[in-house]
Design a protein around this ligand. Structure first.
Ligand code: C2E
Ligand code: CA
Ligand code: CA
Length: 649
């Protein structure tokens, strides 16, 4: 039978073109990328060897027998090796850690099995052989060779299916095409052995895989040769895996907001591409575009730091020529360069990107010479950890509400208290609200927490009939995030009604913040008006700690003002702060609001505040915040003391 080599010749051509394409774009070195390169070489070699075997099979008498055998053996081995490469490729793309070792072992066993039966076939005639008439024939183990290839492809498919959600439509299609297409080509060739189309089919499918997976544009920023964020994340992951230490120059643009305002969105994107181009020209594979206002250059830890900074600044010496309408304008950009030293094993790529986005304050400070990334990332890690605890607490009822008794000067009794949330952390005891409330606010969890506290306080008020214990109301903290919700008033009314709580037993504390100043004042005013109608009272918390205290006092119809503990503590330190405190108290009294002062730690503080006419005192002098049962005991004891004619304090 005369075999036809045309398809193999076409396959060789296709593989050469694909290899050229592969190298034309900047190559981003990943394990999968290297395996893909070997796949290209493998198919090129298989196609070439296949052409040789056409001649050794068709005209065996023209070659020495060992050559006929060797060319066939090499072809079969290289051809079957493609299936194993496919398995390794899929494994490196899916990255399922738990099966990694198993797959390496399976791949090694398959390669070893193939090698043994193929390279022994000259003696054993198990796979292929030439009979006494020099006719090329398949041996009994030929089928085993097919089975081993199908096994690799089948395992690869299972692994891929387990993770297929990670991939886009074309990627899923290309992997299925590889498995299905090569299978179909093999079957076709079994029936029509004259047409050796398998290598050609494989070449076509590799084109598809190239476009779907190995397109280097995935790793480049826009039309530049600068690596993008995806490449950055992978590089950092790789460095972590290899426990490499490295130096990273973080580059931000000075006055970025101004640049953005003057160039507009499109203009700034153009500018960023131009900068990316320059940095990548200077630093080649070490340059990354991470974010609109963040580039990085990754270097060995041993490089000359001054030289690195100088080199980066030089990229910005020439102005950037920008097209604006029909004009060309020159834009001057000044970089802020911060060097960060990283111990590779500690960071993964996502964390590092977070770090670069969040740690802006130190990166924007040009005086900082060298940062240790560990120090920068600690708060980010902690935030993640705390967020995890918050989520767990939301799901599994992990919060508690504690109560800090507040001393009512006129009544000489503890007629109210502040509800303060606590988050239990099994490993570290409690996480304080100072830490977790801001985390909850930043990450959209504060509403759940707010609802929880409000419900729990309502339950507490109702089940313990606090009025009968001498407690008139409980103060509940509202975060500014909650106050901005227009539906908050109705929600609180619904919950209080559900528990049958008298609205007068609730006092809501609101805090002055920048956000409220800019947009929420109207909403807060509405909230106060709606709930006042029902009997709920309001306190302005942390008075004097912010920047707009007086403005709030004028604009918000609150009933109580809580003077911040910082003001009191400062007043105990110096005379002018004392004057400010006294005048503040005087001013609040003049506008007819009740005054609570928090942070009372000593009898002198209490005395001073009572003398100056404060209505309520809250602080460690009287009691720390207490869990429910201990708070009830506290009340019981104080009530007994009162009954016995002693003072409550
Ligand atoms: P805050 O509203 O100013 O609460 C008063 C804080 O001062 C409480 O801290 C309290 O334990 C503390 N404190 C009271 N007296 C003294 C004293 O004499 N000395 C000292 N050193 N501290 C005193 P805590 O419980 O750690 O709460 C901190 C902050 O967390 C609160 O400050 C409030 O802003 C927030 N927070 C607490 N619970 C909630 C809540 O349920 N919702 C919201 N949105 N925020 C809450
Ligand atoms: Ca408060
Ligand atoms: Ca306060």
């Amino acid at each position: 039978m005369l075999y036809r080599p045309e398809y193999c010749i076409a396959s060789v051509g296709a593989m050469i073109i694909l290899l050229i394409m592969f190298f034309m774009k900047r190559n981003y070195a990943l394990r999968s990328n290297r395996i893909f390169f070997v796949m290209l070489l493998d198919n090129l070699l298989a196609s070439g060897l296949n052409i040789v075997t056409f001649y050794t099979i068709s005209f065996p008498e023209r070659f020495p027998l060992w050559f006929c055998y060797l060319s066939n053996q090499l072809y079969l081995f290289v051809y079957n090796f493609m299936a194993v490469l496919f398995l390794l490729y899929v494994d490196s793309k899916t990255k399922i850690g738990s099966v990694k070792k198993v797959i390496t072992v399976i791949a090694t066993l398959i390669v070893a099995f193939d090698a043994i039966i193929i390279f022994g076939t000259h003696q054993t005639h198990l796979v292929v052989y030439y009979d006494e008439n020099l006719v090329y024939r398949h041996g009994p183990m030929m089928l085993a060779l097919y089975v081993s290839a199908f096994l690799s492809v089948a395992i690869a498919d299972v692994v891929f299916i387990a993770k297929y959600k990670m991939f886009n439509f074309y990627q899923v299609l290309s992997v299925n095409l590889f498995a299905g297409g090569v299978f179909a080509a093999v079957i076709f060739q079994m029936f029509f052995p004259r047409y050796a189309i398998t290598n050609y089919a494989c070449a076509m499918i590799l084109f598809f895989v190239y476009v779907a997976f190995e397109n280097q544009a995935y790793y480049l920023h826009g039309d530049t040769l600068c690596y993008n964020r995806r490449a950055f994340i992978k590089t950092i992951n790789q460095k972590r895996f290899r426990k490499e230490e490295y130096l990273m120059a973080v580059i931000r643009l000075n006055s970025f907001e101004n640049i953005r305002n003057s160039l507009g969105k499109m203009g700034v994107e153009d500018l960023v591409e131009k900068i990316a181009e320059r940095i990548s020209r200077a630093y080649g594979k070490g340059a990354y575009y991470v974010d609109l206002n963040c580039f990085t250059v990754i270097r060995q830890p041993s490089v000359d730091k001054e030289q690195l900074k100088k080199g980066i600044r030089e990229c910005f010496l020439q102005t950037f020529q920008m097209e604006v309408g029909d004009d060309t304008i020159s834009v001057e950009v000044e970089p802020i360069v911060t060097l960060v030293r990283v111990c590779g094993e500690h960071f993964d790529g996502a964390e590092m990107t977070d770090l670069l986005q969040k740690a802006t304050t130190s990166f924007d400070d040009p005086t900082i010479e060298l940062e240790d990334a560990d120090d920068l990332v600690k708060p980010i890690r902690r935030e993640k950890e705390v967020l995890g605890l918050i989520d767990r607490a939301i799901k599994h009822d992990g919060f508690m509400v504690w109560y800090q008794p507040i001393y009512d000067v006129k009544a000489d009794a503890f007629t109210c208290s502040e509800a303060l949330i606590r988050l239990k952390d099994d490993s570290q005891g409690y996480v304080g609200p100072e830490e977790f409330i801001p985390v909850a606010e930043r990450n959209g969890r504060i509403r759940d927490i707010g609802d929880y506290v409000f419900r729990d306080v309502c339950r507490f008020i109702k089940t313990n009939k606090i009025l009968s214990r001498g407690v008139h109301y409980i103060e509940i903290n509202l975060s500014p995030e909650q106050c901005n919700r227009v539906e908050l008033a109705n929600q609180l009314i619904d919950i209080a009604t559900e528990y049958g709580v008298d609205f007068r037993q609730i006092n809501l504390e609101i805090t002055e913040t920048a956000e409220m100043q800019s947009c929420g004042m109207h909403n807060v005013n509405q909230l106060i008006t709606d709930l006042h109608d029902k009997g709920v009272t309001f306190a302005l918390d942390d008075f004097g700690s912010g920047f707009a205290a007086i403005d709030y006092l004028i604009k918000l119809p609150v009933d109580i003002v809580k003077i911040d503990k910082g003001i009191l503590w400062q007043a105990m330190e110096d005379a002018s702060s004392m004057k400010i405190l006294k005048n503040t108290i005087h001013m609040i009294r003049e506008v007819g609001k009740k005054i609570v002062v928090e942070g009372i730690e000593t009898p002198e503080m209490a005395e001073l505040l009572i003398e100056n006419g404060c209505d309520y005192l809250q602080g460690y002098l009287y009691s720390r915040p207490l869990p429910e049962e201990r708070y009830l005991l506290f009340l019981e004891e104080r009530n007994k003391r009162r009954a016995a004619g002693k003072v409550a304090k």
